[in-house]
Ligand binder design. Structure first.
Ligand code: ADP
Length: 495
């Protein structure tokens, strides 16, 4: 078997997957299992950590077998994962002491608010680039230690290990040999000082978390360990790890300062490469590690839109406007404009740059002629307006002029959305040939480790554009649309 396959593990919020890529980035095989989310209490979101591991293991083995069946050798493994989700396990047995607490979980809201009231947030942001919010791992770790019987004593005795999902999978893949994570996942725990690249003793003290719990922080590319023969049936090196949004940034080859990737799924995550200088946002964006290579950190600004494709789901399932999300495109194009209708999809509050968790969604500007086509068009247009809000924040914070936007995610199947994005952002919008950018990013990292790619330049040269959209509306029309949106958001925020 001379042909090499790179195997990516992509452990996400809703599924555990593995994908085998050929050296030229083509998908050879895919295996996937859906993952159940549990909601044991209001605001609580958990997953069974054993399922996460067992499903990931199954998908990995299945994909390796499929690739081998096609005459490929599984050369190296890369891992990407849902970020922030928190697991604590027993070092002796490998068994989690509590379910995985998922990033969406809000049980520590009050705890975080109390810390905020003490004035702790400014120092946290200065060190971690994050806002003091239950979203990140630190308060979830503290909760498990304080609420699971005997956990605190075991932690103090050095018997427990904490990890984000990457770390948990790595530990199990290596048969319990390696307890490590990468700098991107570590940067989302709220325990890492992203200016120094190390765990921070003050933050550990603030959250009352013993250092003995923590994994070692490593570069994104390197020998993380070997997946053991008694675990997967053969020995394969693990050569790269990155959290999902950073992996997508890498899969989209956004390696130059000012390059931006935007992923439109249920929600939307936008990351901008800001180079090697740490900057704190003045517009409620997060600063995070984009990647760390040879000890050198490259930073990113990150903004998220809570509701992107979910607004189309709402029109489909709640408003029953259509049976399939894809029908929204023809419906939107059946009218010549939005006729003054704006849809602010704040179903779960508004994210950056507003951070208004209690805001509610609204459809505004309705008249007697308004119909479901206008409302659908408004929901699709909102994708562009929300992105433009983030772009303004990115530009203000970074001082960098954003060139093009590289997009991916389920919603980019909609041509109207992509064209309107280009129109409203007044920038070129590019879609990649390989749409599985998250898994591809993990594969690229592992491929560089294995010498299949010579480095990030080589990866950048391989990135191929499948489709691009150029701005096509006049400035005055764009301004009218943006003014209408600003007014609509104003009504949602201030009434
Ligand atoms: P996730 O990874 O968050 O599950 P996906 O990347 O699979 O999401 O994208 C699915 C989302 O995209 C859904 O919310 C769906 O409503 C929306 N979507 C998919 N195809 C289209 C389309 N052609 N037009 C508009 N929305 C779409």
């Amino acid at each position: 078997m001379s042909k090499k396959a790179i195997i990516a593990i992509d452990q996400g919020t809703t599924s555990s997957r593995s994908i085998a890529f050929s050296e030229d980035g083509a998908i050879l095989a895919l295996a996937q299992k859906e993952l159940t989310l549990h909601y044991p209490n209001k605001g609580w979101v958990e997953q069974n950590a054993n399922d996460i591991w067992q499903d990931t293991l199954w998908a990995l083995k299945d994909v390796i077998a499929q690739a081998e069946g096609q005459g490929y050798e599984a050369a190296v493994i890369g891992i990407t994962n849902q970020r922030e989700t928190t697991i604590i396990w027993d070092r002796n047995t490998g068994k989690p002491i509590y379910n995985a607490i998922v990033w969406q979980d809000r049980r520590t809201a009050e705890y975080c608010q109390k810390l905020k009231d003490t004035g702790a947030e400014a120092d946290i942001t200065e060190k971690t680039g994050l806002l003091l919010d239950p979203y990140f791992s630190a308060s979830k770790v503290a909760w498990i230690l304080d609420h699971v019987d005997g956990a605190r004593a075991k932690a103090d005795a050095g018997q427990l290990a904490f990890g984000t999902v990457d770390s948990f999978i790595l530990w199990h893949l290596t048969g319990g040999d390696v307890h490590a994570t990468d700098a991107t996942n570590a940067s989302r725990t709220m325990l890492m000082n992203i200016q120094t690249g190390a765990w921070d003793d003050d933050l550990l003290a603030l959250f009352n978390i013993p250092r003995s719990l923590l994994p070692e922080i490593r570069d994104n590319i390197g020998h993380f360990g070997d997946a053991a023969e008694n675990v997967i049936g053969k020995t394969i090196a693990i050569g790269g790890i990155a959290g999902d949004q950073q992996a997508a940034l890498i899969g989209q080859a956004c390696f130059d300062t000012g390059m931006v990737k935007s992923t439109y799924g249920t929600g939307c995550f936008v990351l901008m490469n800001i180079g090697d200088e740490f900057k704190i946002s003045k517009n409620k964006l997060l600063t995070t590690v984009a990647y760390q290579i040879d000890g050198q950190i490259t930073y990113a600004l990150e903004g998220s839109i809570f509701v992107a494709g979910a607004a189309i789901q709402w029109l489909r399932d709640n408003a029953e406007f259509f049976a399939h999300a894809s029908e929204s495109e023809a419906l939107a194009l059946s009218v010549s404009d939005n006729n003054g209708v704006y849809f602010v999809p704040a179903f779960t509050g508004l994210g950056a740059p507003y951070w208004a968790p209690d805001a509610k969604a609204a459809i505004l500007g309705l008249s007697r002629e308004s119909n479901k086509a206008h409302i659908t068009r408004a929901a699709l247009e909102a994708q562009a307006y929300q992105t433009q809000d983030l772009m303004s924040a990115f530009a203000a914070d970074s001082g960098v002029d954003i060139g093009t936007l590289r997009c991916d995610g389920g919603l980019v199947a909609n041509n109207f959305v992509c064209q309107y994005l280009a129109d409203i952002l007044n920038k070129a919008v590019e879609l990649p040939e390989v749409t599985e950018t998250t898994a591809l990013g993990a594969a690229y990292l592992a491929g560089v480790y294995a010498g299949i790619y010579s480095g990030l330049d080589d990866v950048a040269a391989r990135w191929a554009c499948a489709k691009s959209y150029s701005p096509s509306i006049m400035a005055d029309k764009r301004q009218v649309a943006l003014d209408g949106w600003a007014q609509a958001v104003g009504k949602v925020l201030y009434t």
